[in-house]
Design a protein around this ligand. Structure first.
Ligand code: ZN
Length: 184
């Protein structure tokens, strides 16, 4: 995993509100910021691809997780009911994540946010590995994709931080169809 957490922390602005003020809309207001509990790593990657700012809390105790959520104005996403209850009792923004798949979890997060009056705002898709910005790259500057991929895709994107290459394959399309439903 590329080490981008240090660079990320340089861009964190604690004064940002965890929940945007513009409603559930893409690209309006400050993108929602999450801190994702250790057991939900693949969910964190999907949320970044959906355009959310999702930090992944790999290790450390519940107290450390709550402290970071406050310091960085991040909504806690956890499947741990005890942690959710504890955070709530301290007035910390938390969403208890339910569901057996990441798609179900993302939908459940949107529903739960609505119930709690938290408005979620997505931005442009981010690097799912490190959460940094993606930049479009010209096809001729892309050397590492298999010929079959190169034949069928025109648009490629590279992470500005870790260099990971992306294209809009079937996985991307499924994710974006989920995103469009969330935006409605
Ligand atoms: Zn990256």
């Amino acid at each position: 995993m590329p080490g981008s957490s240090t660079r990320q922390s340089g861009r964190q602005r604690p004064q940002d509100r965890a929940a945007g003020e513009a409603g559930l809309a893409r690209g309006k207001g400050v993108r929602s910021r999450f801190i994702v509990d250790a057991m939900l790593g693949s969910l964190a990657r999907k949320l970044r691809a959906l355009g959310f700012d999702a930090a992944y809390y790999r290790s450390g105790g519940d107290a450390g997780l709550m402290e970071r959520s406050v310091l960085e104005s991040r909504i806690i996403l956890t499947a741990d009911r005890a942690l959710a209850t504890s955070a709530e009792s301290k007035g910390i923004s938390v969403i208890l994540v339910k569901g057996d798949s990441d798609r179900a979890r993302v939908r459940a997060i949107a529903v739960e946010a609505g119930v709690k009056g938290i408005y979620l705002v997505r931005g442009e898709p981010m690097c799912s590995l490190c959460g940094s910005e993606l930049r479009s790259v010209r096809k001729r500057d892309v050397s590492e994709v298999p010929p079959a991929v190169e034949r069928h895709h025109r648009l490629f994107f590279r992470c500005s931080s870790c260099g990971q290459l992306y294209w809009r394959g079937s996985h991307w399309k499924r994710l974006m169809s989920l995103a469009e439903r969330l935006d409605q």
